[in-house]
Design a protein around this ligand. Structure first.
Ligand SMILES: Cc1cc2nc3c(=O)[nH]c(=O)nc-3n(C[C@H](O)[C@H](O)[C@H](O)COP(=O)(O)O)c2cc1C
Length: 269
């Protein structure tokens, strides 16, 4: 599938940016993408995105990034959101769409974990009543960068068939779903831990979160939104109707979830 091969698979986090500024034309394209998007994860959650130039690095440093160190970049994207149920999944979903749009536009990006959302908002001048949901550093990759792609969970490891822990019959389930599931397996996540799995059935897939003490609550929910976007953006290319995620519980079958595995969402196929 073109979108998977050419965009999703090509996206890698960048921690070494060139000094080159991101032009207004590209920022405009990103904003247009954000304004136009019709594939919201959840309706009725207001969001607001803003791009900042690299001069805000000092303001962001300590409040975002692994070990309180914000990656230096020529631009930052901050997603602000109303603080409603599933707002982090929603922010992760829409910011992932924008991250992949950046890839399409020849830009590179790196998500920055938010260590103190209130402090980030304060440092950036309290733009809105909404909360800071996520921060993404972006710009052009330094051509001299020696960063290598990191290893991702395999499709086998990611997926179960019908019930948690059950082997999947690839001939029965995969076919046109394969690239969309590979896109989930290629998703970025906090520390690349990928603490989730997908249960594949003939009529739906279910995303579940697995036990992981390292990933903070906020990043766990952002991870889910990212994985959900990656699935949809590839799956929609092979289907007449774009599949939609639902957070409603699964009541018509037993997913066989162990106590430490949490149901996240289902997506009818
Ligand atoms: C919610 C979230 C928070 C992240 N925070 C940071 C961060 O603070 N610093 C950083 O260098 N990378 C951060 N990352 C990037 C991950 O480390 C990266 O996605 C992962 O290692 C997989 O690599 P890839 O993006 O190249 O596929 C974050 C990713 C996510 C999804």
């Amino acid at each position: 599938m073109q979108y998977y091969e050419e965009i999703v698979k090509k996206r890698h986090s960048c921690r070494s940016f060139a000094k080159k500024k991101v032009g207004e034309d590209l920022l405009y394209k990103l904003l247009m993408y954000y304004d136009d998007r019709t594939r919201n994860l959840t309706e009725h959650i207001k969001t607001f995105i803003k791009f900042y130039d690299g001069s805000v690095w000092e303001k962001l440093n300590e409040h975002v990034g692994y070990n309180g160190h914000c990656i230096k970049a020529p631009a930052y994207m901050v997603v602000y959101s109303e603080e409603k149920g599933r707002y982090l999944e929603n922010a992760g979903f829409l910011a992932e769409g924008l991250t992949l749009k950046m890839t399409e536009l020849g830009l590179a990006a790196c998500w920055q974990t938010v260590n103190n959302a209130e402090a980030v908002k304060e440092a950036l001048g309290k733009e809105t009543d909404m909360v800071v949901a996520c921060v993404v550093a972006f710009g052009y990759k330094d051509p001299k960068s020696k960063e290598k792609p990191v290893k991702k969970i395999s499709l086998d490891e990611l997926t179960y068939g019908t019930k948690y822990g059950q082997d999947i019959d690839p001939h029965l389930f995969y076919r046109e779903l394969e690239d969309a599931l590979r896109a989930v397996a290629h998703s970025q996540s906090f520390l690349n831990l990928q603490p989730y799995r997908v249960i594949v059935d003939t009529d739906q897939i279910v995303l579940v979160g697995i036990h992981d003490e390292t990933t903070k609550e906020v990043d766990r929910h952002l991870n889910y939104g990212i994985a959900m976007f990656n699935f949809i953006c590839v799956a929609q290319a092979t289907r007449d109707v774009t599949p939609k995620w639902s957070f409603a519980p699964v009541t018509d079958r037993d997913l066989g979830l162990p106590a430490d595995v949490k149901y996240v969402a289902k997506c009818k196929l």
